[in-house]
Design a protein around this ligand. Structure first.
Ligand code: NI
Length: 468
């Protein structure tokens, strides 16, 4: 069939448009596609993080689109907790049992009417850890936060129902009923609903029972819940989010034997060449896509030590990083100091993250980096069992501390030596801002930028590496 001149012109235009789109994609301009997970019918959530290696803290909280007062309240809570931690424990040094603050989040309810977010705070003071939680409720229709108490008819009615539930034979007998009453009278801070619609109240570790009981959770039965819920509580119950686990559990199946990473795109012999490796910790976050664009433009491979919970949030970003030839290593699930964890939990932190990365990228990581660089022989042995080598760093740019481009670039210029591993964090926008200049400085000094596995040759599982 003959095409009319008009149709040919149209085809030409379309072809031109495609070429233009391809060109835009090549410059990364078309990356308007959001990297955050878009749950069907649910509001988009991005994460924010703050972290510091000295003193040791890491906090992540959600930024829920269309719920700015909620984001602000969560940010204010995190800031206050960090300030308090730094003032009280922040100067007590490093090692394998340094004080630590860790804050993580979970969406407990989420629909057009309401958003509920629970933050869990873990604080380790050098001997004992203490876990507590707080839940926030945001009323989308009213555009304001509502207290936990708004879910129930009255604090007294809730107290009576909780005390009754504690009389059940299955209840924790170490719980002090007087302390439960005192706690509820002082304010309801951690109230939500289970996925099957029952009210659940939690008390901080040590608050109503000995520390060995951990966080005390009381779930009311259907009848008690029905009697207690207010109209607002009913709205919250309708919006209850399926439980995404905040803390790692062990994978159901034992980890598969490690698969060697894909061969590097270009052959490089770092015994002959002047190599150096850029590494980025704590991501991925939304801004990681910008970093990937920069690295692609500069044709530079890097190594990302990712958190499992962030991989779950931004799987596309990690898959893309792997496709672009970057190396993906494990940085635990939720950035806990591994040396203070029980063996099972330590294994779960590494194994679950390794599995998550393998699921998303098709490549099982062979490298890991412990949060804060805190490691010991147990950590190394656990990593070895999973087929991973430990990678520390030789240049700490202190980007997490200065949060500025110039000192980050200056530290790289001053400390670059062949074979070194540079530590940066893609959670800070200033760190990403610094990357083009960091690359320029290193190239001017004659360095070849490579992945960690390229730099190390063949890193051995269970061994630790930090180059000079
Ligand atoms: Ni980290």
């Amino acid at each position: 069939m003959q095409h009319s001149p008009h149709r040919r012109r149209l085809a030409g235009l379309l072809a031109g448009l495609l070429v233009l789109l391809a060109a835009l994609a090549a410059c990364g301009i078309s990356a308007a596609r959001p990297s955050a997970v878009r749950h069907p019918g649910k509001p988009e959530v991005d994460t924010r993080s703050v972290s510091s290696n000295d003193p040791r803290y890491h906090a992540t909280w959600p930024q829920v689109r269309g719920a700015q007062p909620l984001t602000d309240a969560l940010g204010a809570y995190v800031a206050a907790q960090v300030r308090r931690f730094v003032a009280e424990d922040g100067t007590r040094g490093g090692g394998t049992a340094a004080p630590e603050l860790n804050i993580n989040w979970r969406l407990v309810a989420d629909d057009k009417a309401i958003v509920g977010v629970r933050l869990e705070r873990y604080r380790f003071a050098g001997a004992n850890g203490e876990t507590s939680g707080h839940t926030w409720w945001y009323d989308r229709a009213a555009g304001r936060l509502r207290p936990n108490a708004a879910l129930v008819t009255s604090p007294e009615a809730l107290r009576d129902a909780v005390l009754a539930a504690l009389q059940a034979p299955s209840a924790d007998h170490d719980v002090d009923r007087g302390l439960v009453a005192t706690s509820i009278a002082a304010g309801i801070g951690d109230l939500d609903l289970t996925t099957d619609g029952r009210l659940r109240i939690r008390f901080a570790q040590y608050e109503v029972a000995p520390g060995s009981s951990g966080v005390v959770t009381v779930v009311l039965d259907d009848a008690a819940t029905r009697d207690l819920l207010t109209p607002f509580g009913l709205i919250a119950r309708k919006a209850v989010a399926p439980s995404a686990s905040a803390s790692p559990s062990l994978p159901v199946t034992p980890p598969a034997p490690p698969v060697p990473p894909a061969p590097p795109a270009q052959n490089v012999d770092c015994r002959r060449e002047k190599c150096i490796a850029l590494t980025f910790d704590d991501g991925p976050v939304a801004d990681t896509t910008r970093l990937l664009r920069i690295l692609r433009r500069e044709q530079v491979p890097a190594t990302f030590f990712v958190l499992g919970q962030q991989v779950q949030m931004y799987p596309d970003t990690v898959a893309r990083a792997a496709r672009l030839g970057h190396e993906i290593g494990v940085h635990t699930w939720d950035h806990r100091q591994l040396t203070t964890l029980a063996p099972r939990r330590m294994l779960a932190e590494l194994a679950r993250t390794q599995q998550e990365v393998a699921d998303v990228t098709g490549v099982r990581p062979t490298l890991f980096r412990p949060p804060y660089g805190a490691s010991d022989r147990h950590v190394l042995r656990t990593a070895g069992r999973l087929g991973m080598a430990q990678v520390l760093w030789s240049i700490d740019t202190l980007d997490w501390k200065t949060l500025a481009v110039r000192p980050t670039v200056r530290e790289v210029r001053r400390s670059a030596r062949p074979g070194r591993i540079i530590l940066m964090h893609d959670i800070h926008r200033t760190s990403v801002d610094a990357v083009p200049r960091v690359i320029k400085v290193l190239r001017t000094q004659g360095y070849r930028l490579v992945t960690v596995s390229q730099l190390l040759g063949a890193p051995q599982p269970g061994q630790s590496y930090s180059q000079r």
